[in-house]
Design a protein around this ligand. Sequence first.
Ligand code: GLU
Length: 488
Amino acid sequence: MSSNVRVRFAPSPTGHLHIGGARSALFNYLFARNQGGKFILRIEDTDQARNVEQAKEKLLDSLKWLGMDWDESIDIGGEYGPYSSMERVDIYKEYVQTLLDEGKAYYCYMTSEELEAERAAQLARGEAPKYSGRDRDLTPEQRQAYENKGLKPVVRFRVPQGQVVKIEDSVRGDVSFETDGIGDFVISRTDGVPMYNFAVVIDDYLMKISHVIRAEEHLSNTPRQALVFEAFGWTKPRFAHASLILNPDRQKMSKRDESIIQFVEQYQELGYLPEALVNFLALLGWSPVGEEEIFTLDELSEQFSLERVSKAPAVFDTDKLAWMNNQYIQAAPLEKVIDLALPHLIKAGRLEEDLDETRKEWAGKLIGMYQEQLHYGAEIVELTELFFKQEIEYNEEAKAVLNEEQVPEVLNHFVSELDSLEDFSAPQIKAAIKATQKATGHKGKKLFMPIRVAATGQTHGPELPDTIELLGKATISARLSQAASLNG
Ligand code: GLU
């Protein structure tokens, strides 16, 4: 299918890939794949003060980890490159010059102190702050006078007054802005490096971007960008502003918000599966037809449409993400779950780095036992704590179980059954429980609970015989005797 759809994800390299950015990237990716179009990755790095070393590489790594690939970008090039703004400064300069020549832009010599004073005065008068237009119509002599003082000008865009800018937005419908509310904005800094609102338009035009899909926080930039498109007489792309993402408390997310993990790399480090994170992000503001919630990236690409992107804020439900990741962990081959969880046991010092075969097999079984329950790799550390300590403390609930009358009899008998096992394996342990039932006459909860609690300190957990096998004979005998002696 050949298509004119060309979309882009255009992050600024200011840090790790944020979940909001990842969602924007994903919507663009899915739309491109759905339409048989192109997905372009462009780095917008003209705000040099905010650029962070290595951020580009990290952004690309995180996108790759999530399973997205792109058709054009800084790493693979493409027909419309270069793909980072700082390499395009000469291109922007030409377009700035065109607007200057046509009187659609002008030099402004106001200093930051003057601008600040102007702003303060407007605020004091109860007005919304906006550039006053002082330098809109400088004569060549006035310009020269400023130059003689050594002042370096910025270039401002001459915003036509008394007009309405209309933006067609696939998510929001038509959105209109009155130009009177928009001050003449800076398009090029004193050093000739353009501002985002200008560069983005030049790039979107030259790269033949058909749809601009991004987050709602960019909606307020859009009229400025639309005005630049109009100044050049270019057709605007179709816009689609996806909703805000709120934190679990339904508040606007801020980068400092600690109630939520915000960067893709952190999820990777915690042992989330990229398939699950992508699935979850897709549902943040887009909804499929029907009830199904679990989708592969290909399935998402097949189903995605801008019509089903919602303008209502999406809530980042961390429990739902954990649930979804668990669904993927349950469905994954054990090897994959081991890869996800084992490094965390090592990092926590529970297991040594170079495990011998026996220990590796033991660790594999241990992780396998928790596969159903595990929400993310790092969680294995707390889930398996009882396997790595000598003594366990019994909480009140556990003590209440162990204080029941039948407990010493059950435990002591079970210990002697275990002692006589030839092979300390789950099936034999299961048989030993059965034998204990026969010999003591206790069954059901009265039989299983004390054994489970004595062995693990917990009233719930994975299959009991498997748990006991992995705890090993020495540990289990010590724990059972300890528990039996607590009784009374
Ligand atoms: N560079 C902008 C950002 O990182 C992207 C703006 C856009 O998509 O137009 O927020």
